[in-house]
Design a protein around this ligand. Sequence first.
Ligand code: G6P
Length: 372
Amino acid sequence: ALVEKGAYRHFMEKEVHEQPESVQRTLSAYLDPVAKSARADIKAAIDFNSVARIQIIACGTAYYAGCIAKYAFEKVAGLPVDVEVASEFRYRTPAMTPGTLGLAVSQSGETADTLAALRWCKGEGLKTAALVNVHTSTMAREADLMWPTHAGPEIGVASTKAFTAQLAALLSLAVAAAAQRGRIDATEEARLVQCLLETSGLIAEALLMDPDVQRITYELSKARDVIYLGRGAMYPLALEGALKLKEISYIHAEGYAAGELKHGPIALIDENTPVVVIAPDDELFEKTASNVQEVAARGGRVVMITDAPQKVPSLSGDAAKTLKIVKGPTCDPFVAPLVYAVPIQLLAYHTAVHKGTDVDQPRNLAKSVTVE
Ligand code: G6P
């Protein structure tokens, strides 16, 4: 069927705004809203007790979804996860432990490197799974297990709704794994499922940040370099934020773990290098807030995306004037990557619009890289 932009200026903008529905559709495939548990068919298709380790392989944005999933699987399910870009994995003779599940994450299900890595896992005799948005793709056919995302067709080259659908599926699978492995009881499973089922509404709330995000992007569009910082699962989200900005605005951007600031990137801080800090309120909030102070004290311009502006220590003098806080929805840290993906996408989008780039078809990029 022909997909049209409707009232939106770009497919990317439309796809960003579709996320309450695309996330909800995807969650419905994994979660039972009545039983408040992972769906029985999902649990019947795999026993995570027989999985010793998950090896995620992916490229681009799908790789960052995998990096975020690692935090969830290890935290709630106690299940070790390795994540690697497929182009490295396939050529380096990785050492696999028995019981490893090879999991390819891919919107298209056709990316050449990811497919080759999946085939390598099969060749090693590993059980394989493919988390794909195109359910008839080569990866979907070749993996032992196909986990669908229901983002619907994604036209914009820069991935948005496919990314959040991947997160929705992966976080749901982490809950299924935690329950099967006895890491959480039925009450905690119900709580996490409820958190996930509420994300669609929180994403709708995050979309209301649009004018606040847009307001700061004119300034960002003038920057030559932008740094993104985050801790915990917000660290891979910072990497995704930097990728999104690079892809569509052509501004150089780097994501860093906030704790690594002092090991290098702080040398780059000056009034010309905006720093985007993704810091929803969680157990690491105070640490990230102190990184904000470090940046501000060195004349850096900080854009802080948080639901806890009242907890940001007040700054003095010029630093107070340059700190910009964009308030986001309050949410459980488990689902924060899903919710805070939205302002990160909006930031890249509006910056690119200011720059006048071809947002849906950025130069040199392809939607699906099916040749090496
Ligand atoms: C290309 C696209 C990215 C995408 C990556 C992986 O680089 O421009 O948006 O994340 O491929 O694609 P896949 O279809 O495997 O998720």
